[in-house]
Design a protein around this ligand. Structure first.
Ligand code: HEC
Length: 174
């Protein structure tokens, strides 16, 4: 074996090590990204696969302390392209949202929901609405709400307060 061949072997080993290190770096980065967009979730999923897997407990009292209804009304402008909120208003691209808090998911009878929303079988409690609005596509996989979500906690807390307010029977905050 001449020194040229030894050099080639050494180079091959070094390249292999670099590639392996590189791949693990890249997967770390991907993993970090994933965990950065994880939504809050309190309940364990009941036999459903359409769920975010990582779970974090959220202190709802301090979460809602961030919000205010006036700001929520402004945030709702983002939703208003697809949703009405007034009591007498009808469905738009999305279902009407008057009374949405604590009503069963996908329960407006004259609105055609996606299968994934119809099959979800829960109600819009604080945790569910918060998780859904954080990242709709992740919280209920395959639903057809074309909205990326509200990353900002204050925006989310505020719009949830606003939804709760627009009801025949606003619920006391947790
Ligand atoms: C681009 C249109 C669009 C925007 C913007 C949008 N939504 Fe939706 N939304 C939909 C559609 C469509 C559905 C029905 C999803 C399905 O059936 O899978 C839906 C469903 C929902 C539901 C479930 C209602 C039910 O009856 O179960 C809630 C709650 C909701 N949206 C809240 C919001 C809020 C709050 C915002 C603003 C922060 C928002 N949406 C922004 C289109 C939109």
């Amino acid at each position: 074996m001449n020194s040229f061949e030894i050099n080639k072997i050494v180079a091959a080993v070094i390249i292999t090590v670099l590639v392996v290190l590189g791949i693990s770096k890249i997967s770390n980065v991907i993993y970090d990204k994933e965990s950065a967009v994880v939504a809050y979730k309190v309940e364990a999923p009941e036999g459903s696969t359409a769920q975010v897997s990582t779970e974090t407990t959220i202190d709802l009292t301090s979460f809602f302390a961030l919000g205010d209804i006036i700001h929520g009304e402004k945030v709702f402008k983002k939703c208003a392209a697809c949703h009405s909120i007034a009591e007498e208003a009808g469905n738009k691209i999305g279902p009407k949202l008057w009374n949405v808090m604590f009503r069963p998911v996908a329960s407006i009878t004259d609105y055609k929901y996606s299968k994934s929303l119809s099959d979800y079988k829960k109600e819009w409690n604080w945790e569910e609405i918060n998780g859904f609005l954080t990242k709709p596509s992740k919280w209920i996989k395959g639903n057809k709400m074309g909205f990326t979500g509200l990353k900002d906690e204050r925006d989310r807390a505020s719009v949830i307060l606003y939804l709760n307010q627009n009801s025949n029977n606003p619920k006391p905050l947790p």
